[in-house]
Design a protein around this ligand. Structure first.
Ligand SMILES: CC(C)(COP(=O)(O)OP(=O)(O)OC[C@H]1O[C@@H](n2cnc3c(N)ncnc32)[C@H](O)[C@@H]1OP(=O)(O)O)[C@@H](O)C(=O)NCCC(=O)NCCS
Length: 331
């Protein structure tokens, strides 16, 4: 069954049971993208939501609506697959994942479907035909580490002036570049995150004045999330340095912004599988997982990027330009 807007609090409750770090605003955002995007399973009497999954279709460009009849969408994204612990091992996740896949392939005409599977979720997705395409490492910076975020290299980065806060003009350029790299337009998500956290949306111009690197930040209940961070497909001697400056700016922004307890920071880095020809390491060949570890981040879990496709070229966009992904559930 489709989950209605008025039931998003039930979705939140279910995700809290399994310790997913969610935020009602992100669910509203998914709902804004398409009110058919959230699929749920209820108990027979309809009183309890016992399973949920989100299925978002992304279109080629902001003007080409993913829901319009006849539009073929480059890909869909499955996320947030959860079944209440009391209702597991009865095939409910299989049912939810199959419905999400059918919705994206048949109704939304997506050419491929992607997701980032946790070790538990991978059992389910393997069985319905998803293939592995790489890894997503969840890197976390604890608040205590941030207090020590003052080693010379970090200090040096922190004083740089290359990083700029995105204004409307830069945002427009960044959305265009992101669509090229991500393989579809996700301007609705990025604009919302910039609106909610303006100083967490930053970019570094290249020699031609166009964006060389950009990064966004968003907040959920438990943690602050850095991503997407991507680099322009052109190579520049300053690319790696610019990525570090964007990271450094956002970490300081997360430390100083907002009242209350400081939340851990999460940055999810993509590590394409070496056997996958269409996904290669970033052109500047930096292992961002190791680089983040030197800044005090720790890898708390590793998920698997999976694809369901009839195409020989599995990956849309230019994955070699992605340093950090936006989030496990929204790509
Ligand atoms: C992953 C999860 C959604 C599975 O829910 P579920 O309803 O128990 O899964 P299903 O009953 O549909 O199982 C589908 C298949 O996966 C297998 N499977 C499910 N969980 C498994 C596990 N922990 N270990 C091994 N196999 C497992 C089942 O055996 C079944 O295979 P079968 O048909 O051959 O028996 C549930 O465990 C969960 O909510 N986990 C926490 C959140 C999470 O990690 N979600 C995944 C995000 S990608």
């Amino acid at each position: 069954m489709r989950v209605g807007l008025h039931e998003l609090n039930r979705v939140e409750e279910l995700l809290t049971v399994v310790n997913f770090d969610t935020f009602e605003l992100d669910w509203k955002l998914i709902y804004e993208l398409d009110d058919q995007d959230i699929i749920g399973i209820y108990t027979n009497d309809g009183t309890s939501l016992v399973g949920v999954v989100s299925a978002v279709a992304y279109s080629h460009s902001p003007t080409e609506c993913s829901l319009r009849d006849g539009v073929i969408n480059p890909f869909g994204w499955i996320g947030n697959l959860v079944v209440h612990p009391d209702f597991r091992r009865r095939g409910l996740a299989n049912l939810l994942a199959t419905s999400a896949l059918e919705h994206l392939e048949i109704k939304r005409r997506c050419e491929r479907v992607l997701l980032d599977a946790s070790p538990m979720g991978k059992h389910v997705y393997d069985q319905i035909g998803f293939h592995d395409a790489g890894f997503v490492h969840v890197m976390q910076l604890a608040p205590s580490e941030r207090a020590n975020f003052g080693d010379p290299s970090a200090e040096q980065m922190a004083t740089s002036s290359m990083v700029r806060i995105m204004d409307d003009a830069a945002m427009q350029q960044v959305c265009r570049l992101d669509a090229e790299i991500f393989g579809a337009s996700r301007h609705v998500v990025l604009r919302k995150w910039r609106q909610l956290w303006p100083h967490g949306a930053v970019w570094v111009p290249g020699p031609d004045g166009k964006p060389l690197v950009y990064g966004f930040t968003h907040r959920r209940r438990e943690c602050n999330y850095i991503g997407p961070i991507s680099v322009a497909p052109c190579t520049s001697a300053h690319t790696a340095e610019a990525v570090c400056e964007v990271l450094s700016h956002i970490i300081r922004e997360c430390t100083t912004a907002g009242a209350g307890a400081i939340q851990p920071i999460v940055c999810q880095v993509l590590e394409p599988s070496p056997d996958h020809p269409s996904l290669k390491m970033t052109s500047h060949k930096i292992n961002w997982r190791k680089r983040l570890e030197t800044l005090g981040f720790e890898c708390t879990e590793s998920n698997v990027r999976q694809v369901y496709s009839n195409h020989s070229h599995l990956a849309p966009g230019v994955p070699s330009c992605m340093v950090a992904i936006a989030s496990l559930d929204l790509g």
